[in-house]
Design a protein around this ligand. Structure first.
Ligand SMILES: [Zn+2]
Length: 331
């Protein structure tokens, strides 16, 4: 009777785990286990593989290949790999595969508003525990973040636009203030000049006269001149910018306000005692026939209507129907 049988003793790190018939069989099973990686498993590592020594043992001793395999398998360290999507460099939700991550990114980028800071990337995450990931949840979370960032961006744009409009309005107001100041200064200047040269200080038949413009005009044609005309000039031409306000030279009643041939838009004011003043080539007329006016009533705006080559006020003074030289009274 043979009492002994030949086997291989299996030891791992000096510990005897048992006996096997064939050493290649256990090695092959362990190699298959290490190489068979499912799902998110990136690596299976068995630090200490078995060592074998040939022995003769009692025929009654049981072999335990299966148990040895399980025992060694339990020492394996498993590493799982997932893919985290990054937003502006910060790690966010994870998914199982690169393809899932790329599909989420291309979805998120497809309708991303220009200017929104939402830079997407992928990083591989390795860990020794298995985690649950969901592509749908990851997309929902990231899409929510994208919408929030878009809203934030739009609010910021709206705020900047409001700021820009406010700045523009402030600039326009400042420009208007400066223009008003400039006009007031010009008016003060022209008034001072008028006073110095007895502008508007004249009178006709005891009617005090004031200057019809509150800016200093350029006298482009004087009373009595012919220039290019076929007839003598019956007034004085005061050139100034289009739209400049016109004021009556004295209180009175509007007796004509409308179109009259070469005068263009004409205003005639009767001051009583046979004295009238006429304002020709107006761009706008602000008064109507019968209206009582004073030297502070803005009656029209300087224009170039009728027979005119540029914006100016044709001022005419009539005494008993005859045109007189306004500069005899106003300049
Ligand atoms: Zn004229």
């Amino acid at each position: 009777m043979i009492k002994y049988k030949p086997v291989y003793t299996v030891t791992v790190s000096g510990d005897t785990l048992g006996y096997v018939n064939e050493k290649s069989e256990l090695d092959q099973k362990l190699t298959e286990y290490i190489n068979h990686r499912e799902g998110t498993i990136a690596l299976i590592d068995i630090a200490n593989m078995p060592e074998y020594s040939f022995e003769l043992i009692s025929r009654n001793t049981k072999l335990n290949e299966k148990k040895i395999f399980e025992e060694i398998k339990d020492t394996a360290v498993i590493t799982y790999k997932t893919y985290a999507i990054t937003v502006n460099g910060e790690q966010m939700d994870e998914v199982n595969t690169r393809i899932e991550a790329e599909s989420i990114i291309s979805n998120l980028q497809s309708d991303l508003k220009e200017g929104v800071e939402f830079d997407l990337g992928i990083v591989e995450i390795f860990r020794n525990e298995k985690i649950d990931t969901s592509k749908d949840t990851a997309f929902e979370n990231l899409n929510g973040l994208k919408l929030a960032k878009t809203e934030e961006y739009e609010a910021e744009q709206a705020r900047l636009e409001a700021e820009r409009i406010a700045a523009e309005k402030a600039a326009a107001e400042e420009a208007a203030r400066q223009e008003a100041a400039r006009q007031a200064a010009l008016y003060a200047q022209s008034k001072a000049a008028a006073e110095a040269t007895s502008y508007g200080s004249g009178n006709i038949s005891g009617i005090n006269l004031s200057y019809p413009l509150r800016v200093s005009p350029l006298i482009t044609s004087r009373f009595g001149e012919y220039g290019s005309r076929r007839y003598v000039h019956t007034g004085v031409d005061l050139a100034t910018s289009l739209g400049t306000a016109i004021y009556p030279i004295a209180s009175g009643t509007v007796v004509f306000a409308g179109w009259q041939g070469s005068y263009g838009n004409l205003i005639q004011i009767d001051h009583g005692d046979g004295v009238q003043s006429w304002y020709g080539h107006c761009n706008e007329i602000y008064v109507s026939v019968g209206e009582e006016v004073t030297p502070d009533t803005c009656i029209g705006a300087v224009g170039s209507t009728g027979n005119s080559t540029g914006p100016h006020l044709h001022l005419e003074i009539r005494i008993n129907g005859n045109a007189v030289n306004p500069q005899n009274y106003l300049y």
